[in-house]
Design a protein around this ligand. Structure first.
Ligand code: GLY
Length: 349
């Protein structure tokens, strides 16, 4: 008899797993609570270089693995659904406004290199040759060629097409109500209420602007008077400016201070943005964990977790979908998820 799989959560992680499970011939139902999750607010940086932090070596390995899977995943999903994902591979330009910012960028670049992620230093002139609309005041920076980007809203649309009418509108409040042979909880910050696992909301505000034409080609990760900001350009002229990082529980208020913290450094680096219309200001809730790494694996028999992807949910979608679908289909955890199991010590200390 075909294994019946329930996926609780219809964000990109839940849908990615569901798609791979369908491809393995499983009988899949996805429960969609009908709430906009982090996927609709995220900018879509795929940044195994410029998102890594010291002390996150296991996570870094997973980010790099997923980044390798992205080109094939994007091509396959686009072919299956006809939805263009906005997948782009120009890399990230890391840009410093002041001498102090440049010292910080050089420190980070050295650290990325030591972590095995190559970056090329760039002078101010080289930066402006690549991106002429950058401020003439920028002091220098670097190129991270392995970073990429995708449009998360298009990704969500494509995955919804791929999973189709297996998605049912229902908010699951108690896993005992789910009738399936195997259940995957991919409910983002809702995972805590369902399972007791430590996934907390980390608020991120973003501003979307609409330029008449893309003002830059690369993702820009800037440092302006010690304030970090990123700008993610889309082909249609949309420019996503992100993101604050706030520990305020499940609060999604957009605030003047949040917008100022984003637009002030963004405009110092790319002055022309002050002319662009603001199209959206949103706050999303990243699903954070105590060690910043996702929770992947069986919590108990036939109850599998795929949650807590924090700042890297979009990048980690392909690897999570592949590995969790393998666990669901075979019952055997792939070795790549061993560092991320729900019982690891770092979640509980
Ligand atoms: N990955 C970018 C962010 O979480 O803001």
């Amino acid at each position: 008899m075909t294994t019946r799989v329930a996926v609780v959560g219809a964000g990109i992680i839940g849908l990615g797993i569901a798609w791979r499970c369908v491809q393995r011939g499983l009988d899949v139902t996805v429960y969609d609570a009908g709430e906009d999750g982090a996927s609709t607010v995220a900018a879509g940086m795929l940044a195994p270089t410029s998102e890594i932090q010291a002390g996150e070596e296991a996570l870094q390995g997973l980010l790099v693995d997923s980044n390798r899977r992205w080109p094939g995943f994007a091509a396959e999903l686009e072919k299956a659904t006809g939805v263009e994902l906005g997948y782009r591979d120009e890399g990230t330009l890391i840009v410093a406004l002041t001498d102090d910012d440049l010292r910080e960028v050089r420190r980070l670049a050295g650290w990325y290199e030591r972590a095995g992620q190559p970056v090329s230093p760039l002078t101010a002139r080289q930066l402006r040759e690549r991106e002429p609309l950058l401020s003439p005041r920028v002091r220098g920076g670097a190129h991270a060629p392995q970073d990429r980007q995708v449009d998360p809203r298009r990704l969500l649309t494509a995955l919804r097409h791929a999973v189709g009418d297996r998605i049912v509108p229902r908010k699951v409040t108690d896993l005992a109500d789910v009738d399936a042979d195997r259940t995957v909880v991919a409910a983002g910050i809702g995972t805590t209420t369902l399972t007791g696992l430590p996934v907390r909301p980390v608020k991120g505000q973003t501003v979307r602007l609409k330029a008449p034409a893309p003002p830059v080609r690369h993702v820009i990760r800037g440092y302006a008077r010690s304030r970090p900001v990123y700008l993610v350009p889309r082909h249609d002229g949309e420019l996503v400016v992100g993101a604050t990082e706030e520990e305020r529980g499940a609060d999604t208020t957009v605030t003047a201070g949040g917008v100022l913290d984003l637009l002030r450094p963004a405009a110092e680096l790319l002055p022309g943005i002050v002319e662009y219309p603001v199209t959206e200001i949103l706050a999303g809730l990243r699903p954070g964990t105590p060690d910043n790494a996702p929770i992947l694996g069986a919590l108990k028999d036939n109850l599998i977790i795929a949650a807590g992807h924090y700042r890297n949910g979009v990048l980690l979608t392909p690897v999570t979908a592949d590995l969790v679908a393998e666990l669901v289909a075979t019952g055997v955890p792939p070795q790549e998820i061993e560092p991320f199991t729900p019982d690891r010590e770092a979640l509980w200390t």
